[in-house]
Design a protein around this ligand. Sequence first.
Ligand code: P6P
Length: 356
Amino acid sequence: MQVVITLGQFIIEKQNDFPYAKGELSRLLRDIGIAAKIVNREVNKAGLMDILGDAGTMNIQGESQKKLDVYANDQFISALKSGGECCIVASEENDEFVYIDGEVSKNAKYIVAIDPLDGSSNIDVNVAVGTIFSIYRRKTTDGKATLEDVLQNGTKQVAAGYVIYGSSTMMVYTTGKGVNGFTLDPSIGEFCLSHPAMKIPKDGTIYSINEGNYVHFPDGVKKYLKYCQVEDLESKRPYTSRYIGSMVADIHRNLIKGGIFIYPKTASAPQGKLRLVYECNPMAFLIEQAGGRATDGYERILEKEVVSLHQRSAIFIGSENMVYKAESLMHQFSPQVEDDVAETKLAKLGVIGGID
Ligand code: P6P
């Protein structure tokens, strides 16, 4: 009889890995797990409820919010508020960060950045969606937590992970000591350890990119796609193209099977489409912990300077050797030109837009 280890049991057991841990991070991860179960319940019956479709509102990204986006956002913020372990929630669905006011929360030492329901445009067509979360320790030591506590670079994360609402619902996370996956057992309402010590293969044969944007891709990306498509039996090419249009689902598949996910700069997304704080950084932390690699084509994602809450970034993430190959072609055919660097510097000074 296989021993079932629930998420709660695992978190407590692993808490001993952190000698000074007093249980706050453990409780914070538990709170995220609780919210994930509530969101899962609604995602799984979305077609039966008046919870499909648009909420009739737009987020700061200018994207129409789905009813389930708003529902998921409310559930995670509510769970984090009642848990009392975090003082700020920075969400894709909120223009500004949410200060968790309250006798306990205001002194809490953690910050949570979250994309509560990533890929939500897929909900109405019953394709996997996900939640992405990132946890930082508060930097400021007195008074109210501030934006400075949120705009920390990815190397400062203390935990990160995702929930994938797919053929099964899984929570996959890291606290900097490897990656573990838990599958929700609906019969007992618990996430159970199903994928201990996850590692992404160093090589893979799956590339994941929206080729509809091909004409706007940097030359280095075009060269990489052609490399993937050339027949070379020794290196198992041509690779397979798989693109779900849901970052969590595409990266989860690549984590298990090996592969690369690329969302480069395009004409419609001159800084990249995906958000650095609550999509790229958490996924980069997790994939690096699983032995993979994550860059923007030039710079390690986790080391990118964070200058604004909804800042975007290009991302090349997945099997280490595949990312290295793509980077080498970016350096050869799309070298990072000075004006790219200059633009970023100007954006940091608030002189030009373009980052948000
Ligand atoms: P496109 C979903 O909207 C998302 O943020 C990611 O989950 C996904 O990888 C990407 O955008 C898809 O973008 O432009 O290919 O539809």
